[in-house]
Design a protein around this ligand. Structure first.
Ligand code: A2P
Length: 329
């Protein structure tokens, strides 16, 4: 089965609505997972240098491409310019490094990963002050970064460009200055954090939206703990309304969460390294939610942000940081 539903970009490029998310998947896990995902019919793969798995993904893609099991034009590969390289002169060398690791000539979509910029030492470690707060680069200039992003399209290094974690104001500002309009904004989006205003604004500007953490990103607990953050997070797959709707269709809560996202015109990149769950997450096209069910799910919004970047201690001091977390409230 090949995933055949697409969202069409403002430049005509098509993105499969379900992709595989790869954050918090180790090198060992990722090769098996990407293999299983391609077997299951995934063609959209989302990665980023900060996930540390582009080389492993590249190895699997090379095997599939060399064996003729998939054609390059059937794949939709997304990667990002990381927060530590969020400066105009770093954009091109950074995509080139990603392309080298992914063993590709171009990616399909290249995103500015975050609206903020973080400083690092020469050895790649984060610069932190005596209180352990990360040093932020307050000179971040989205318009200038965007010019460098546009040059990548002109050079054929990416088919489309977009942003991630950008607010409505940040997207609006970019639109005022751009030659190539962003094709996509990748944001946290699920029943408990719907960001309706932002989603509707992007859609009205013909910018597609991709939902990250569509299943509530359970794995973030471990990541948060590593940064000394203990936070109780809700289990989206345990919400009674979600479970009830799932049972009535003979589907799983995860499938209902994903179908709701797709039905509202948004693409989703659920992460899984488990072959059975990977398959399940793609198997969301053989049932339909009723208008009442969509409305019920849409009424669950609680404005709970799971990926609030609190793990980047100090990032809230950056002028382009717009999220609320325990350090900003
Ligand atoms: P695993 O990789 O072991 O399957 P998100 O995409 O919102 O970041 O959520 C990813 C988390 O949800 C991971 O912990 C993943 O674990 C788990 N997960 C992914 N798909 C499913 C599913 N269909 N049912 C239950 N848990 C899932």
């Amino acid at each position: 089965m090949v995933n055949t539903k697409f969202l069409t970009f403002n430049n005509g490029e098509k993105m499969p609505v379900i992709g595989i998310g790869t954050w918090q998947a180790s090198d060992e896990e990722i090769e098996t997972a990407i293999d299983a995902a391609l077997e299951a019919g995934y063609r959209h793969i989302d990665t980023a240098p900060v996930y540390g798995n582009e080389k492993a993904i590249g190895r699997v893609l090379k095997r599939w491409l060399d064996a003729g099991k998939v054609k390059r034009e059937e794949l939709f590969i997304v990667t990002k310019v990381p927060p530590v390289s969020n400066r105009p002169h770093e954009v091109e060398p950074t995509i080139k490094k990603s392309l080298e690791d992914l063993q590709l000539d171009y990616v399909d979509l290249y995103l500015v990963h975050t609206p903020f910029t973080i400083n690092i030492n020469e050895d790649g470690s984060f610069k932190v002050d005596k209180d352990g707060l990360m040093e932020v680069d307050v000179t971040t200039n989205h318009a200038a970064i965007w010019v460098a992003m546009e040059a990548l399209v002109e050079k054929g290094l990416t088919k489309s460009i977009g942003v991630s974690n950008f607010s409505k104001d940040q997207v609006a500002r970019l639109l005022k200055n751009c030659k190539i309009r962003p094709a996509n904004n990748q944001i946290e989006h699920h029943v408990y954090l719907q960001q309706r205003d932002l989603v509707d604004f992007c859609k009205s500007e013909n910018i597609t939206v991709t939902a990250y953490s569509p299943l509530g990103s359970k794995g973030i607990a471990k990541f948060n703990a590593g940064a000394g953050i203990v936070r109780n997070l809700p289990d989206l797959m345990d919400i009674p309304e979600v479970k009830e709707i799932a049972a009535s269709h003979g589907k799983t809560p995860a499938q209902v969460l994903l179908r709701w996202i797709i039905d509202t015109g948004v693409s989703a990149i659920p992460k899984s390294t488990n072959p059975a769950r990977l398959k399940q997450n793609l198997d969301v096209f053989d049932f339909e939610l009723t208008a009442e069910e969509v409305a019920k799910l849409s009424s669950l919004d609680q404005n709970i942000r799971i990926c609030d970047f609190a793990f980047f201690h100090g990032v809230e001091r950056h002028p382009e940081f717009t999220f609320k977390n325990q350090y900003t409230n």
